[in-house]
Structures are given as C-alpha cells and as structure tokens.
Design a protein around this ligand. Structure first.
Ligand SMILES: [Zn+2]
Length: 247
C-alpha cells in the first residue's frame, strides 16, 4: 500500500500549525474527487507472488482514530491501495493532534475527563485515557517540572536580596476539605505577582488526615522560602491552624 502520510520530523511541523474541526461527510466529499498518484492496485499476493493491478475508481473508507481520521482507498478486491491521514504522524504512528491534545490539556490547566466529555458531546474522536497518561508521563511531566524550576529560581533570584517581601499564600484541595486526597499550596510574591512556591501534599503524608494537609503544606512552604528570601509579611485566609503556627 502506498501513502500520502506526512511525518513530523521537527518541532515546527506541529507547534503553531493551524487545525480545525472537519466533518467526515465533507472530508469524504472532498476525497471522492481526488485523483490518486497511482492508477492501479500494487498489492502482491504473498503466496502466489501475483500482482493485483485492479484499476480505479477506488472505494473510499473513513475511520476514526484518536482525534484524527484515517482515509483508505480500497480496490475492488478489498486491498488497501492508498492511505492518507487527517493529521501528520509522529514516530511509531502517533497522531500529532493526539499528542498536542494531551500536552495542551495539561498546559492549559484542564482535565482529561472533562475535555473527553466535551468531545463525546461533540461526537468527535478523542484519545483514550491510557494514551493520554502515557504521553503525560513520558513527555510532559519532566519538561513542565524543568520549566517550572527555571522560572521559580529566576523569580527567587529577583527578590532574594530584598529586605522584606510580602507573600500571598493559600491552599487548594482537589475535593472538599474533609475528604480531599491532595492539597496544593501556592505562594505569590506581592510586588512581582510571581508564584515562588507550589507545594503539593498527599493525604498519606499527613497520616491520612486531610484536615491538617493545608497546615502541613504551609509549614513546608515556609521552611523552604525562609531559607531563600527574607519575608516581612504573609497574607493567607482565616485558617485557624495556620494562624496558630504563625503565632
Ligand atoms: Zn487490489
């Protein structure tokens, strides 16, 4: 089978490329009139070594794969004559759109299940959760951590010689406080409005007591920041455990 598949060879092949929602009916309408670069089926029977040579017009089949559509042209004997993809593909055949979707769900602060739900309502193909988490673990987490560490240390560098900085801090639970699993505690420097610390506490780090997670996160935040900058003031919400730690 021949193909018109476009491979992603470098960053520019996918980053910043325009994309749009395409309806399958429109795609089918378009490709039906498309002349293929080959006029005959070049399938060779493995046992007999006989070529098929069936000539066109070939039947067009569309199939959904992840966020993309794969188009096959089939000869009268059912051989795949030509294949084309609605998206460029990466090494090992991963759709560029699936890869970009997975990374951008993270980068835009979204949630896989919510976006998958939206796509389901739109009757649009979407990447499976295993693919999403594989991409997240393999390509995204490490890169995001590196960028965050770079940004954080640049923000700390800018304020580390200031005499007394003002910190704005608050914690956020992944679900209501009494049954939360995680608490992420964020601290912002008031003048620059730059985030200078994010600490995430897992309930298992506080003996499965979710109520004390925010206090624990606050303590860890302060332990780290006090070694890096001179703090004059901390503003948080009215949290009684944190107020007592401060006293
Ligand atoms: Zn054939």
């Amino acid at each position: 089978m021949s193909s018109g598949i476009q491979r992603v060879m470098c960053e520019e092949d996918i980053i910043g490329q325009k994309a749009s929602i395409v309806y399958e009916s429109m795609l089918k309408h378009l490709v039906t009139f498309l002349p293929l670069p080959i006029g005959r089926c070049n399938f060779i029977e493995t046992v007999t070594n006989v070529s098929c040579h069936a000539s066109g017009p070939f039947e067009v089949h569309l199939s959904s794969r992840g966020t993309g559509t794969v188009i096959h042209w089939m000869c009268s004997k059912g051989h795949k004559v030509w294949v084309c993809n609605s998206q460029p593909t990466l090494k090992y055949g991963m759709h560029a759109g699936d890869f970009m979707m997975a990374t951008n769900i993270l980068l835009s602060g979204n949630n896989y299940y919510k976006v998958a739900h939206l796509f389901n309502y739109m009757n649009m193909g979407f990447l499976g959760k295993d693919t999403f988490f594989k991409i997240q673990d393999t390509y995204c987490i490490g890169a995001i951590k590196n960028v965050w560490e770079e940004k954080r240390s640049a923000a700390i560098q800018r304020v580390k010689n200031k005499d007394g900085i003002v910190i704005l801090a608050d914690g956020r639970m992944d679900s209501p406080g009494y049954c939360a699993q995680y608490c992420s505690y964020t601290a912002m420097e008031n003048d620059s409005k730059k985030i200078i610390s994010v600490v995430t506490i897992d309930k298992r780090q506080t003996s499965r007591n979710s109520v004390i997670m925010e206090k624990e996160a606050f303590v860890r935040t302060m332990d780290k920041l006090l070694g890096e900058v001179k703090i004059a003031e901390i503003c948080t919400d009215a949290h009684t455990q944190i107020a007592s730690v401060m006293r």
